[in-house]
Design a protein around this ligand. Structure first.
Ligand code: MF3
Ligand code: CO
Length: 291
């Protein structure tokens, strides 16, 4: 719970204005939604303008790292070489790869090919080949602030089925993004994602979702993409979270590799795709911070 602030005290957002002239009405509005039974954000996940500036700097690094991967990715390279690119570019920009040693993850980036849903571990033994679809999921810590986004790459020419999956998941993210606005609900976004995926015959992974991000790697809220409009957490200006649906061509069911404890694959071996962006809820709508 937030600390009680006097009406004439400086606002918690760091504006320097008195609380009563700054976020008091905002906090009261949130309290009203809470009283109506909605899940609402704690103050700790509502970013101040100063924090948002720092997070945006981290995002610039994350985008540049993904751009570097985009320039160099090709058939015949190993996923370890992708890890090397990520590690080198991140370091060059004065930042640290967030995945490295995160809960024991052994590499700097996740590389997830074809039926790998997420958390694929880069390896010298895994070579990209023509026809593969691969998700490269980059997360960065700059000056203690976190960013996180991922893109799909098609290696050479891929089958029309895989190409469609990749394109539709990108559209899912765009349709979800359109729903992100202050005083809406996270479920508005989730339903838009799920509707577009299922309209195309795909299934959305249920157990693994997105997350708040910025001050920590993974913050509240947990973000589902099989949720319903009007449900899940209230969205307010200053919240930052990821839209990162994992969409499967076949069953939504997934399994975790027992040997490495990380690699998640589809239960039926069919392909899966994911795009991830980081979005800020603004006073008027939203701003994409990272892609
Ligand atoms: N980048 C992933 C996400 O979107 C998290 C990966 S955790 C790791 O949340 F340890 F595998 F890197
Ligand atoms: Co993420």
């Amino acid at each position: 719970m937030a600390e009680k602030i006097g009406r004439n005290d400086p606002c918690w957002c760091g504006s320097g204005k008195k609380y009563k002239k700054c976020h008091e009405a905002f906090d009261e509005k949130i309290s009203y939604y809470r009283s109506q039974g909605h899940s609402v954000p704690e103050r700790s996940i509502i970013k101040t303008p100063a924090q948002i500036e720092k997070i945006k700097e981290s995002c610039k690094v994350n985008i540049a790292v993904l751009d570097a991967v985009a320039e160099q990715i090709h058939a015949g390279m190993t996923t370890q070489e992708i890890d090397d690119i990520v590690a080198a570019k991140t370091k060059e920009m004065g930042a640290v790869p967030a995945p490295l040693n995160y809960e024991g993850f052994p590499k700097s980036v996740c590389t997830s090919i074809n039926d790998v849903v997420c958390h694929g571990i880069p390896s010298e033994k895994v070579v990209l080949k023509e026809g593969d679809i691969v998700n490269v999921d980059v997360s960065t810590i700059l000056d203690g602030y976190y960013s996180d986004s991922s893109r799909m790459f098609c290696i050479g020419s891929v089958s029309p089925e895989k190409q469609k999956l990749v394109d539709v998941v990108r559209e899912c993210v765009e349709k979800g993004l359109e729903q992100v606005k202050p005083w809406g609900f996270l479920g508005d976004m989730g339903q838009a994602v799920n509707d577009h995926a299922t309209a195309n015959g795909y299934q959305v992974v249920k157990e693994i979702g997105g997350h708040g991000v910025g001050l920590e790697f993974h913050e509240d809220p947990w973000v589902s993409y099989v949720s319903k409009a009007g449900e899940e957490m209230l969205l307010v200006p200053g919240m930052i979270f990821t839209i990162e649906p994992m969409v499967n061509m076949g069953t939504h069911k997934v399994k975790v590799n027992e040997e490495d404890g990380w690699t998640v694959t589809t239960a039926d071996g069919q392909p899966s795709a994911q795009w991830e962006i980081m979005v800020l809820v603004t006073e008027t709508g939203h701003e994409v911070l990272c892609y």
